[in-house]
Design a protein around this ligand. Sequence first.
Ligand SMILES: Cc1ncc(COP(=O)(O)O)c(C=O)c1O
Length: 430
Amino acid sequence: MRIKVFTDKKTRAKCKIFQMLKTHAGKKHLSFHTPGHKSGAWDITELSFSDNLASPHGCIAEAERDIAELLGAKKSFILTDGSTSGVLSILYVAKLSGVKKVAVCVHSHKSVFNGCAALGLTPVVFTAREANFCPAKTEPKDFLNALENADALFLTSPDYYGNIPDLKAIRALCDREKKLLLVDGAHGGHLHFDKTLYAGAYADLWVDGVHKSLPALTQGAVVSARTEETAEALLSAVGIFRTTSPSYPVMASVEYAVKYPRNHALETAVKEYADATERVFIKEDYTKLCAIFGKHAAEAEKALEADGIFAEFCDGNTIMFYLSPATDLKAFSLLKKRLDAALKKYPYESVKRIPAPLVLFREGETERIETEKAIGRICAENCGIFPPCTPLIFVGEEVTAEKIALLKKANNVFGVYENKIRVFKEEKRE
Ligand SMILES: Cc1ncc(COP(=O)(O)O)c(C=O)c1O
């Protein structure tokens, strides 16, 4: 097995964790420690020379310091358990700071809703508008009411479609209202190059899912805090939500990814292509290239796959292609060629959009039943398409045939297990 990750020599040379692993990998090493594969190199555990993510004092401490400096944070913590553990850590710090209610967008990732439920925080959910058949950029008017009834604002920036809200204005608003600004930047690790778009330039606490938009191994992420006080609380939080067995290759890849250079040539090429091509667009973030196919989206996705082009997701209307600074220009040219052909072959035919609901949480006895039988019942566990992992059917919402059909068409889903979803035991909402 060969995974092409640490390919850029100049970047590698700046990476403390990678250098530690490389230096040691050439030495005699018989492994009588975990992990059980016993290869004794690269994928190691906390040893005398390898430092310790939970209490770093060597190469990991240096890497985290470098990362914090690049991201403009008081302190940054490497995560090997995805942005999910960063979202949970941020919510925990909010709770420690006295937050009880958090304003969150209906399109937030499931980890935000799960984190609120697990920590006893009340999500004050605001709906999202649509533009170009996708969720639109969040604006203060969308969340002002929710924020009035909450102690903190939790935004996703960028979202899965590349929308980036006006973070500067929102920061000013949160300052005025004395509310914490928390940002889920699971899709925005690459934006530290441009501080006008980067969550870390505005948020009190934020997570960067570097494995999504930078060349890190899957699950590599970073969570950061702006002030000494929040950094101190965040240290306790990551101590709860991080694994005690962090992967060294993942840690090394996080440092490598954050230090990876910007790719101006690709950014320009993507912008030019999106500008020139009908039904293809990018929002503020160039790494999320969207193509609208409407009714034929699933067919077009399959045709592209047959040609070797695998997109990030298809939401039943739009196909999203995820790029990163490590996307090769040649690969991008091939994508353009194949996508142009697919756009020609599958003309746009509109689909009926299903608006996001106003969320109705509720409690009661639940059961898991087959999706077909769940139609007309009240959903008891959020479920949706995976990715983008934003709930399609919320707890408290009536399950409709339309949404079940969408779930059935999707390649991957969450909240559905063996074709069953969880519903409340009573038959119908009164
Ligand atoms: C907006 C958003 N936040 C958080 C996450 C969780 O990230 P991870 O899968 O790295 O835990 C995701 C994952 O898709 C996401 O899309």
